[in-house]
Design a protein around this ligand. Structure first.
Ligand code: PDD
Length: 288
């Protein structure tokens, strides 16, 4: 496989970053996960815009602009002859002497990885997954804003370890007030009395690109929705629940902390939204 590193594509064995890279030393950097279907990257412009927002919030200048990044992402797919693909763009502060000051790094490190994507089995969409509410709280927005998709992912990793220990697919994290925020790599929605509800950005979440699309699709389907505060009780009493992200799309949740949500099967609104998501994606792929 070919990996883009700084200024050229290299074989993956040669795609090596210095131990003095501040991404490695301090988690100082940002990234995006993208998904290509049939060789075309879905929501590419939105991902590049979020990468730029994340970078600018940590005063990191991206080494190349969105047009060049677009070309590089497409080239990564082409060179690796990938159709269904997982792509990751990583930009770190770069290599520099040990020390927190970003000025120690002369230039950012840019990496683009493209991998074949193994879609999740349809059975998990048909059956739904289980989640837990993690003891690990989401980073305080005033400490490390969750809207920065940073390389510093320990907060999420600690919660993911809890999910794994409990045999659950995902862990949902609460904020400092005890409200639900999001999963370790996903946003969360519930349906209550036919109404779609999801934590607002103000609760301390990453403003997911799939989340945004799902809210738009809900409005097109005439499903009322609100961005709000959600408690654990809202979750356990919900008729339906699902997760969204770039790789999982719209994934039904049927158990929380071992308790069934609704009748324990993926709900009707969840299924309609996933079908609309796929229809929207297919229109994009067909160039409509
Ligand atoms: N994660 N919340 C967090 C903390 C995330 O890391 C992600 C994405 C999301 C969903 O965002 P989007 O719909 O734009 O993918 C929400 C990706 C998949 C990752 O880290 O690989």
């Amino acid at each position: 496989m070919w990996v883009y590193l700084n200024d050229k594509f290299v074989p993956q064995e040669e795609a090596v970053v210095s131990v003095f890279d501040h991404g490695f030393l301090y988690g100082d950097g940002v990234y995006e996960t993208l998904r290509a279907y049939r060789g075309r990257v879905f929501k590419l412009a939105e991902h590049l815009a979020r990468l730029e927002r994340s970078a600018s919030r940590i005063q990191l200048r991206l080494p190349v602009g969105p047009e060049r990044l677009t070309d590089l992402v497409r080239e990564a797919l082409r060179r690796n002859q990938l159709s269904d693909s997982y792509l990751r763009i990583t930009v770190s502060r770069g290599t520099g002497e040990i020390g927190l000051d970003p000025a120690l790094c002369k230039a950012p490190t840019l990496v683009i990885i493209a991998r074949p994507f193994q879609p999740y089995p349809e059975s998990i969409y048909a059956e739904g997954v289980s989640v837990i509410v993690a003891r690990t709280r989401r980073n305080l927005p005033e400490a490390l804003p969750p809207q920065v998709k940073s390389l510093n992912f320990l907060n999420n990793i600690l919660a993911k370890m809890e999910a794994k220990a409990a045999g659950a697919h995902e862990a949902l994290m609460l904020n400092h007030r005890g409200d639900i925020t999001e999963g370790t790599t996903s946003n969360v929605f519930v349906v209550q009395e036919g109404r779609l509800r999801t934590p607002s950005v103000e609760c301390g979440i990453l403003d997911g690109i799939t989340r945004e699309l799902v809210l738009q699709l809900a409005s097109e389907l005439g499903v009322p929705s609100e961005e709000t505060r959600l408690t654990v009780e809202d979750l356990t009493r919900a008729e339906e629940c699902f997760l969204t992200n770039t790789t999982q799309e719209v994934l039904p949740v049927t158990r929380v902390d071992g308790r069934m949500i609704g009748d324990g099967r993926p709900g009707g609104i969840t299924r309609r939204l996933h079908a609309s998501f796929r229809a929207c994606r297919d229109r994009f792929l067909d160039g409509a």
